[in-house]
Design a protein around this ligand. Structure first.
Ligand code: SAH
Length: 254
């Protein structure tokens, strides 16, 4: 059986962020699966069939791609950023675990991509240079109570926090609640970065403080980085400030 499945990360935006490995995996595929807007980022190739799906259909998309590959085709599923970060790679693993034995026997590989938090961090400076964590603010797949516990624990432990999925059309109040909660654990002057559509048209970057953060608009294409007590902002004349977290911790919170 010569079927293959590649789960490919496209990076945060346009084609210059595609790795050579990702490009080769896309080029090799007979069929492409993915959320429609992500598939639109892939340059068309004749003879290649596209199967766009909605963004809530990860399980069904993974099953369709696995079944297709099991019939002997070379299949690629695409994700924005990295496929292992709040994306398709785990859905494929879950469906392989639950599906027929031939899915487990497939030649499946995961091709990494530049995840959004790295793209945003690089635009702002070096906020992730010390210990950090990544959290999705979406309560579609976990409870809001668990999100609050993790936010508080991360802030208390001194992690810089990269916040994926800060808002959606259905989730409008969560982000303001998150800032209020973090304000109980961190000083109001803590640096906060909003990176929107980084690497794509409409890219925007805002550097603010935790006290002012609720006033900044965020949408589904925004990733937010909340500093730790150590994170600093270096102002520069006529240039964007640099947000960075020093490599060494200078003080341990009581
Ligand atoms: N697998 C993706 C993340 C999927 S979750 C990755 O590794 O990047 C979707 C969330 O990622 C969005 O709500 C947003 O928070 C963030 N995101 C994705 N692309 C982005 C970009 N170009 N700029 C800023 N944030 C982005």
């Amino acid at each position: 059986m010569s079927g293959k499945l590649a789960v490919v990360g496209l990076g945060p935006g346009d084609a210059r962020y595609l790795t050579r490995e990702a490009l080769a995996a896309l080029d090799e595929a007979d069929a492409l699966y993915g959320y429609g807007p992500y598939l639109d980022r892939v340059a068309p190739r004749s003879g290649q069939v596209r199967h766009p799906t909605g963004n809530r259909e990860e399980g069904a998309r993974a099953r369709a791609a696995l079944a297709h590959a099991a019939r002997g085709a070379k299949v690629a599923i695409v994700s924005g950023g990295d496929p292992g970060v709040f994306a398709m790679a785990a859905s494929v693993c879950e469906e392989m675990a639950a599906g027929p034995p031939e899915w487990r026997a497939l030649d499946m590989r995961i091709v990494p991509g530049v995840t959004a938090m790295l793209a945003v961090a690089s635009r702002a400076g070096a906020p992730l240079a010390h210990d950090f964590c990544a959290l999705s603010l979406s309560d579609n797949l976990k409870t809001w109570e668990l999100i609050e516990r993790r936010l508080a624990a991360a802030a208390e432990a001194g992690f810089v926090i990269a916040l994926y999925n800060p808002v959606s059309q259905a989730r409008t109040w969560q982000l303001a609640h998150a800032f209020t909660l973090l304000g109980r654990h961190l000083p109001g002057a803590t640096p906060v970065i909003f990176g929107r559509a980084v690497g794509r048209t409409g890219e925007g970057l805002v550097v603010t403080t935790l006290a002012e953060a609720s006033a900044i608009a965020a949408d589904m294409a925004t990733l937010i980085i909340i500093g730790s007590r150590e994170t600093r902002v270096l102002a520069r004349d006529g240039k964007a400030p640099l947000v960075y977290t020093p490599r060494a911790v200078s003080s341990v919170p009581a």
